[in-house]
Design a protein around this ligand. Structure first.
Ligand code: IMP
Length: 463
């Protein structure tokens, strides 16, 4: 019997907790695959007291029987991937025979990272060279030198690949008035790539054959719906297609096998980097504060000395946002930057569910909503309506200027007690059940899983 494939995507602006959801549902699948992005992603998974932050390797490492596949839609940083494999090994997990990386993945070269440091600053990118790598993939060659190097190239023609890396860096130095000897780094990358040889997958029909043999696949999206290179809040987006449809180009499988799309949303929203964020606590002030010194100023270290009680009781939403960040430990897993915090935006969520054809969703960090009992607010604030130029709209405007002018209607849902110790839907406080029902009704989508805390067992799967 032929198997099927499901796609799991983040529905908001990143960091919804996709990794832990994948970890909790992974046992139902034979393969966990990545189809977009690269080391800009940071998926945290925990098991048996071990914690791993994965950037390039698919979540699901703790499920010993699952195959992990990195599709051709991804970009990879060879040095980081080797280091990550070492972390995984140190956690007692051997990925030999489990990890397969398409030989068509694009290699992030040193000039991509150097360029991202310069051109990505105003966007607040993760400075991992993602944008320049995808740009060079589209450019292919500058006429004489290859711009896009596949992982397979580094293995099949190491000498030429090394020279290409050097030439691309030299061109970058000329264009940007830079100096530097790239030779040792190029040499290192080529040598390390040989260590990846045992994971390289040269068969584009790899997943097709598995699914034909009855295996089931879960594609995990990196970044999120609102960070899509075209449908996100352009230009403050990543450089790949993040939506559900992209799984079937970057994941190397025909859409024929698609069964369902699963969405993940976080009960209190967050965003790292610049860009419009309608429901942000403190609005533009919060964006400027969080992004000061490109996100390196207001760190976890600094904010932990703030007076949490004063902040959470404040009548200023900006202060409440800081308090919720500290309470929710909302700092970037990849960059450590403070995440901008906002209330759950039902309008944004509905648009992304509909656009991506989401069949069911998981809501993470429900436990965070109990923190509103400590505020002076009359209930749990949510965005229920967008208004632009006096009219109600049910979409996110594409033009940034219009997106930033959107005004929102805020509704208050009843305050709820802590849900951290609850393990079944039936045992949730009535207000929490009401909250979930209200969300399901608004979205017309069932909520299947609910995260109530950071631990693996703090998760409720609804029947
Ligand atoms: P890039 O993907 O590094 O080019 O960054 C582009 C934008 O996407 C920036 O605003 C990043 O903060 C954001 N971004 C990239 N990856 C993630 C992620 O995994 N979670 C949240 N935001 C991300």
């Amino acid at each position: 019997m032929t198997g099927y494939s499901d796609v799991l995507i983040g529905l908001q602006i990143g960091d919804e907790g996709k990794g832990r959801i994948i970890d909790s549902i992974a046992q139902g699948y034979d393969v966990i695959g990545r189809y977009n992005g690269g080391p800009n992603a940071g998926h945290t998974v925990e098991a048996n007291g071990k914690k791993l932050v994965l950037h390039g390797i698919p979540s699901g490492v703790f499920h010993q029987n699952s195959i992990l596949y990195v599709g051709s839609g991804c970009v990879i940083n060879i040095e980081k991937l080797i280091a990550e494999l070492e972390d995984v090994r140190n956690a007692g997990i051997d990925l030999t025979g489990r990890l397969y990386i398409s030989d068509r993945t694009t290699v992030i070269q040193p000039h991509h990272i150097a360029l991202d440091e310069i051109v990505g600053k105003n966007l607040g990118t993760t400075a991992n060279g993602i944008g320049p790598a995808y740009a060079d993939r589209a450019l292919r060659s500058n006429g004489t030198v290859l711009k896009n190097l596949h992982l397979g190239d580094l293995i099949a023609m190491p000498e030429e690949a090394r020279r290409t890396i050097e030439q691309n860096y030299e061109e970058f130095c000329k264009n940007y008035n830079f100096e530097g000897d790239i030779r040792p780094a190029a040499e290192r990358i080529i040598n390390l790539a040989q260590q990846l040889q045992k994971y390289v997958c040269t068969d584009r029909l790899f997943l097709t054959k598995l699914v034909s043999a009855g295996k089931n696949i879960l594609f995990e999206g990196a970044q999120s719906a609102a960070l899509d290179v075209n449908h996100g809040t352009v230009p403050y987006v990543t450089s790949s297609h993040t939506g559900a449809g992209a799984a079937y180009t970057g994941g190397d499988l025909a859409p024929t096998y698609h069964r369902k799309t699963v969405g993940v949303a976080k009960a209190i929203m967050s965003r790292v980097g610049h860009g419009p964020f309608v429901s942000e606590f403190g609005g533009k002030r919060s964006e400027d504060y969080c992004m000061e010194e490109n996100g390196k100023k207001h760190t976890r270290e600094l904010e932990k000395h703030y007076d949490l009680n004063a902040l959470i009781k404040s009548s200023d939403l900006f202060d409440i946002g800081i308090a919720l960040r500290i309470l929710g430990n909302e700092y970037g897993a990849t960059t450590g930057r403070p995440r901008r915090i906002g209330m759950l935006d039902f309008v944004q969520l509905k648009e992304m569910c509909q656009y991506n054809g989401v069949n069911e969703m998981h809501l993470t960090k429900l436990d965070m909503l109990a923190d509103f009992t400590r505020t002076a607010l009359p209930g749990i604030p949510i965005v229920s309506q967008y208004i632009l130029d006096g009219a109600s709209i049910d979409f996110t405007p594409a033009a940034q200027a219009n997106h930033r002018r959107v005004q929102s209607s805020i509704d208050y849902l009843p305050l709820m007690l802590s849900t951290r110790d609850v393990r079944s839907f039936e045992d949730l406080p009535p207000e929490a059940k009401e909250f979930i029902k209200c969300l399901e009704k608004f979205l017309d989508i069932p909520v299947r899983g609910i995260g109530v805390g950071p631990e693996r067992e703090q998760f409720i799967l609804k029947s």
